[in-house]
Design a protein around this ligand. Structure first.
Ligand code: G3P
Ligand code: CA
Length: 248
């Protein structure tokens, strides 16, 4: 039986709205994606914030490292003007605001972006917040660092884990998947190949590719059996669907 390929908005609809802001998340929800990928970090005062970069300069009116700020210090920064004047006034989201905004309209893929020193605070806080919102079982917690994911697994036997991978050594990726009891492998599009999807299928896990911003590659990945595609341009999924290729 064919199963649908998960349509995943990368940092929200970040190709047409400032990444990880309310505007980008709302746009992805309006498009009707299945899942939204976000990055999570922790502030100096232990607040979980949805933010990609280590520092504030590129996408906000602030400066300095996120982990050295308190939530109060960064919660009112402008996170939209860099993208376009129409988005001026967009602010950063914290995890609770994200969970409220998304509700049950889409699943979440939460990528741990903080450095190791912050994991002992971030991991339990993240799992607690997801559990409190009754979103733990439907979300995926991912990271490039297997040690962070080992902490997730140690804290929760059931948290769905996604292994982020960009290296050509796929044998190591499968070992990590197995050791962590991961539900999903998230390969960089540059290492995606038909054998990877066949192996994921054989193991009964998902395979969600990042970051794909053209319909030709989307189409090819679907044909190869990818179970999810992350894109900055989720509006492109409509073109794929109208070409009759929304399933794998
Ligand atoms: O989760 C996949 C992808 O988001 C990883 O790269 O740098 O966009 O967080 P990055
Ligand atoms: Ca990410």
């Amino acid at each position: 039986m064919e199963s649908p390929c998960l349509r995943i908005a990368h940092r929200g609809a970040s190709g047409t709205a400032p990444e990880l802001t309310r505007a980008a998340i709302a746009k992805a929800l309006d498009i009707g994606v299945d899942m939204i990928e976000v990055d999570v970090q922790v502030t100096r005062d232990g607040h979980l914030v949805i933010f990609h970069d280590e520092t504030l300069e590129r996408t906000t009116s602030g400066s300095g490292a996120v982990r050295e700020k308190t939530w109060d210090e960064i919660s009112h920064l402008d996170a939209g003007a860099w993208f376009g004047a129409a988005f001026a006034g967009e602010s950063l989201l914290d995890l609770d605001a994200l969970l409220t905004l998304v509700g049950s309209r889409a699943r979440l893929n939460l990528e741990i972006k903080s450095p190791p020193a912050d994991w002992p605070i971030l991991v339990p806080s993240l799992l607690r917040a997801l559990d409190r919102a009754e979103r733990l079982e439907t979300s995926i917690v991912s990271c490039f660092d297997m040690d962070a994911l080992a902490l997730v697994r140690a804290a929760s036997r059931t948290a769905p884990i996604g292994v982020l991978w960009y290296l050509p050594d796929l044998a190591a990726a499968w070992r990590a998947v197995e050791a962590l009891g991961a539900v999903s492998l998230h390969p960089y599009v540059g290492i995606a190949q038909p054998e990877l999807f066949a192996e994921a299928c054989r193991r009964g896990i998902d395979s969600c590719v990042w970051t794909v911003n053209d319909t030709e590659t989307m189409q090819r990945l679907i044909t190869w059996g990818a179970s999810g595609i992350m894109t900055d341009h989720p509006e492109l999924f409509a073109e794929i669907a109208s070409a009759g290729a929304g399933t794998r």
